[in-house]
Design a protein around this ligand. Sequence first.
Ligand SMILES: C[S@@+](CC[C@H](N)C(=O)[O-])C[C@H]1O[C@@H](n2cnc3c(N)ncnc32)[C@H](O)[C@@H]1O
Length: 198
Amino acid sequence: MLDKVIKEVEEQCREERIPMLGPDKAKLLASCIEKAKPSLIVECGTAIGYSGLWICRVLKNLGSGKLITVEIEEVNAQRARANFESAGVADLVDSRIGDAAEVLKTIEDPVDFLFLDNNKDGYFACFQAIESQLTNPATIVADNVSRVEQMADYLNHVRSNYESETHWFESRRRRSSSDGEGQRQRRRDGMEVTIFRR
Ligand SMILES: C[S@@+](CC[C@H](N)C(=O)[O-])C[C@H]1O[C@@H](n2cnc3c(N)ncnc32)[C@H](O)[C@@H]1O
Protein backbone atom coordinates (compact mmCIF):
# COMPACT_ATOMS: atom_id res chain seq x y z
CA MET A 1 0.00 0.00 0.00
CA LEU A 2 2.80 2.44 0.92
CA ASP A 3 4.50 2.03 -2.49
CA LYS A 4 1.18 2.54 -4.28
CA VAL A 5 0.49 5.78 -2.37
CA ILE A 6 4.02 7.05 -3.07
CA LYS A 7 3.42 6.52 -6.82
CA GLU A 8 -0.01 8.23 -6.65
CA VAL A 9 1.37 11.21 -4.73
CA GLU A 10 4.27 11.51 -7.20
CA GLU A 11 1.74 11.66 -10.07
CA GLN A 12 -0.41 14.24 -8.23
CA CYS A 13 2.66 16.42 -7.64
CA ARG A 14 3.58 16.24 -11.34
CA GLU A 15 0.02 16.96 -12.53
CA GLU A 16 -0.53 19.85 -10.10
CA ARG A 17 3.07 21.11 -10.27
CA ILE A 18 3.55 20.72 -6.53
CA PRO A 19 7.28 20.78 -5.71
CA MET A 20 8.55 17.41 -4.48
CA LEU A 21 11.87 15.68 -4.06
CA GLY A 22 11.43 13.17 -6.89
CA PRO A 23 12.64 9.57 -6.85
CA ASP A 24 16.38 10.13 -7.47
CA LYS A 25 16.87 12.54 -4.59
CA ALA A 26 14.45 10.53 -2.44
CA LYS A 27 16.74 7.49 -2.88
CA LEU A 28 19.70 9.51 -1.54
CA LEU A 29 17.58 10.72 1.39
CA ALA A 30 16.50 7.13 2.10
CA SER A 31 20.11 5.87 2.04
CA CYS A 32 21.17 8.61 4.50
CA ILE A 33 18.37 7.56 6.87
CA GLU A 34 19.27 3.86 6.54
CA LYS A 35 22.84 4.74 7.48
CA ALA A 36 21.94 7.05 10.40
CA LYS A 37 19.16 4.86 11.86
CA PRO A 38 17.64 7.93 13.54
CA SER A 39 15.19 7.95 16.43
CA LEU A 40 13.67 11.29 15.47
CA ILE A 41 13.66 12.93 12.04
CA VAL A 42 12.50 16.53 11.61
CA GLU A 43 11.43 17.61 8.13
CA CYS A 44 10.89 21.28 7.20
CA GLY A 45 8.53 21.59 4.21
CA THR A 46 6.01 18.72 4.08
CA ALA A 47 4.13 19.79 0.92
CA ILE A 48 1.65 16.92 0.38
CA GLY A 49 3.86 14.28 1.94
CA TYR A 50 5.91 12.78 -0.92
CA SER A 51 9.28 12.91 0.87
CA GLY A 52 7.55 12.11 4.17
CA LEU A 53 6.21 8.87 2.70
CA TRP A 54 9.71 7.90 1.56
CA ILE A 55 11.01 8.67 5.05
CA CYS A 56 8.27 6.52 6.62
CA ARG A 57 9.09 3.63 4.29
CA VAL A 58 12.66 3.55 5.63
CA LEU A 59 11.50 3.94 9.25
CA LYS A 60 9.07 1.06 8.77
CA ASN A 61 11.84 -1.15 7.39
CA LEU A 62 14.18 -0.16 10.22
CA GLY A 63 11.42 -0.92 12.73
CA SER A 64 12.01 2.27 14.74
CA GLY A 65 12.04 6.03 14.49
CA LYS A 66 9.47 8.83 14.17
CA LEU A 67 9.02 11.82 11.88
CA ILE A 68 8.00 15.37 12.83
CA THR A 69 7.15 17.22 9.61
CA VAL A 70 6.36 20.95 9.43
CA GLU A 71 4.38 22.74 6.71
CA ILE A 72 3.30 26.38 6.58
CA GLU A 73 0.32 25.88 4.23
CA GLU A 74 -2.60 24.26 6.05
CA VAL A 75 -4.13 22.84 2.84
CA ASN A 76 -0.86 21.04 2.04
CA ALA A 77 -0.54 19.70 5.58
CA GLN A 78 -4.11 18.34 5.50
CA ARG A 79 -3.45 16.58 2.19
CA ALA A 80 -0.21 15.15 3.56
CA ARG A 81 -2.04 13.83 6.64
CA ALA A 82 -4.60 12.11 4.41
CA ASN A 83 -1.77 10.57 2.38
CA PHE A 84 0.00 9.31 5.53
CA GLU A 85 -3.33 7.76 6.63
CA SER A 86 -3.91 6.06 3.26
CA ALA A 87 -0.38 4.67 3.29
CA GLY A 88 -0.84 3.25 6.80
CA VAL A 89 2.04 5.25 8.31
CA ALA A 90 0.15 7.99 10.21
CA ASP A 91 1.29 6.46 13.51
CA LEU A 92 4.91 7.31 12.60
CA VAL A 93 4.20 10.97 11.79
CA ASP A 94 3.60 14.09 13.86
CA SER A 95 2.46 16.67 11.27
CA ARG A 96 2.66 20.27 12.45
CA ILE A 97 1.44 23.44 10.77
CA GLY A 98 3.40 26.70 10.97
CA ASP A 99 6.63 28.47 10.10
CA ALA A 100 9.31 25.80 10.48
CA ALA A 101 11.82 28.18 12.10
CA GLU A 102 9.26 28.88 14.86
CA VAL A 103 7.86 25.34 15.23
CA LEU A 104 11.38 23.88 15.58
CA LYS A 105 11.98 26.01 18.70
CA THR A 106 9.19 24.06 20.44
CA ILE A 107 10.76 20.59 19.89
CA GLU A 108 12.22 19.34 23.17
CA ASP A 109 13.32 15.82 22.18
CA PRO A 110 16.78 15.00 20.78
CA VAL A 111 16.83 15.20 16.97
CA ASP A 112 19.29 12.98 15.13
CA PHE A 113 18.17 13.73 11.55
CA LEU A 114 17.11 17.05 10.00
CA PHE A 115 15.78 17.40 6.45
CA LEU A 116 15.54 20.96 5.11
CA ASP A 117 13.16 21.45 2.17
CA ASN A 118 11.17 24.56 3.09
CA ASN A 119 11.70 28.22 2.04
CA LYS A 120 15.32 28.30 0.90
CA ASP A 121 16.22 31.51 2.73
CA GLY A 122 14.97 29.92 5.97
CA TYR A 123 17.44 27.00 6.19
CA PHE A 124 19.89 28.76 8.51
CA ALA A 125 17.08 29.97 10.80
CA CYS A 126 15.76 26.38 11.01
CA PHE A 127 19.23 25.05 11.78
CA GLN A 128 19.69 27.63 14.53
CA ALA A 129 16.22 26.91 15.93
CA ILE A 130 16.97 23.19 16.38
CA GLU A 131 20.74 23.26 16.98
CA SER A 132 20.48 22.84 20.76
CA GLN A 133 18.43 19.62 20.26
CA LEU A 134 20.74 18.04 17.65
CA THR A 135 22.49 14.89 18.81
CA ASN A 136 26.23 14.36 18.48
CA PRO A 137 26.51 13.36 15.67
CA ALA A 138 23.37 14.28 13.72
CA THR A 139 22.73 14.09 9.97
CA ILE A 140 21.38 17.13 8.12
CA VAL A 141 20.20 16.88 4.50
CA ALA A 142 19.34 20.11 2.65
CA ASP A 143 17.67 20.16 -0.78
CA ASN A 144 18.04 22.63 -3.66
CA VAL A 145 21.52 23.81 -2.78
CA SER A 146 22.07 25.11 -6.33
CA ARG A 147 20.12 28.16 -5.06
CA VAL A 148 23.26 29.20 -3.26
CA GLU A 149 22.42 32.91 -3.13
CA GLN A 150 19.29 32.18 -1.07
CA MET A 151 21.05 29.99 1.49
CA ALA A 152 24.63 31.30 1.52
CA ASP A 153 24.49 31.76 5.31
CA TYR A 154 23.50 28.09 5.83
CA LEU A 155 25.94 26.62 3.30
CA ASN A 156 28.88 28.73 4.49
CA HIS A 157 28.21 27.65 8.06
CA VAL A 158 27.92 23.89 7.50
CA ARG A 159 30.71 23.71 4.91
CA SER A 160 33.16 25.52 7.14
CA ASN A 161 32.28 23.84 10.45
CA TYR A 162 31.31 20.23 9.72
CA GLU A 163 31.91 17.30 7.37
CA SER A 164 29.67 18.27 4.44
CA GLU A 165 29.28 16.95 0.91
CA THR A 166 27.21 18.11 -2.08
CA HIS A 167 25.48 15.46 -4.21
CA TRP A 168 24.54 16.72 -7.69
CA PHE A 169 21.57 15.63 -9.80
CA GLU A 170 20.80 16.35 -13.46
CA SER A 171 17.20 16.64 -14.59
CA ARG A 172 15.44 17.56 -17.82
CA ARG A 173 12.34 19.72 -17.54
CA ARG A 174 9.91 20.60 -20.29
CA ARG A 175 9.59 24.35 -20.74
CA SER A 176 6.62 25.71 -22.75
CA SER A 177 7.47 27.56 -25.94
CA SER A 178 5.54 29.58 -28.53
CA ASP A 179 5.08 26.62 -30.91
CA GLY A 180 3.40 24.68 -28.09
CA GLU A 181 5.92 21.84 -28.41
CA GLY A 182 8.01 22.81 -25.43
CA GLN A 183 11.72 22.26 -24.99
CA ARG A 184 13.66 20.09 -22.64
CA GLN A 185 15.95 22.16 -20.47
CA ARG A 186 18.78 20.62 -18.47
CA ARG A 187 18.83 21.57 -14.82
CA ARG A 188 21.43 20.79 -12.20
CA ASP A 189 20.53 20.76 -8.54
CA GLY A 190 22.11 19.38 -5.42
CA MET A 191 21.54 18.04 -1.94
CA GLU A 192 23.94 18.88 0.86
CA VAL A 193 24.59 16.06 3.33
CA THR A 194 26.18 17.28 6.54
CA ILE A 195 27.34 15.40 9.61
CA PHE A 196 26.86 17.81 12.50
CA ARG A 197 29.18 17.35 15.50
CA ARG A 198 29.68 19.40 18.65
C1 LIG B 1 9.83 21.95 -2.01
S1 LIG B 1 8.32 21.88 -1.15
C2 LIG B 1 8.54 20.49 -0.09
C3 LIG B 1 8.51 19.19 -0.83
C4 LIG B 1 8.45 17.99 0.06
N1 LIG B 1 9.55 17.94 0.99
C5 LIG B 1 8.46 16.73 -0.79
O1 LIG B 1 9.53 16.35 -1.28
O2 LIG B 1 7.39 16.16 -0.99
C6 LIG B 1 8.48 23.20 0.00
C7 LIG B 1 7.33 23.28 0.99
O3 LIG B 1 7.74 24.13 2.05
C8 LIG B 1 6.63 24.87 2.48
N2 LIG B 1 7.15 26.06 3.20
C9 LIG B 1 7.56 27.23 2.67
N3 LIG B 1 7.97 28.05 3.64
C10 LIG B 1 7.84 27.37 4.82
C11 LIG B 1 8.10 27.68 6.16
N4 LIG B 1 8.59 28.87 6.52
N5 LIG B 1 7.86 26.74 7.10
C12 LIG B 1 7.36 25.52 6.75
N6 LIG B 1 7.08 25.18 5.48
C13 LIG B 1 7.32 26.08 4.52
C14 LIG B 1 5.87 25.19 1.20
O4 LIG B 1 4.53 25.52 1.47
C15 LIG B 1 6.04 23.90 0.42
O5 LIG B 1 4.97 23.03 0.63
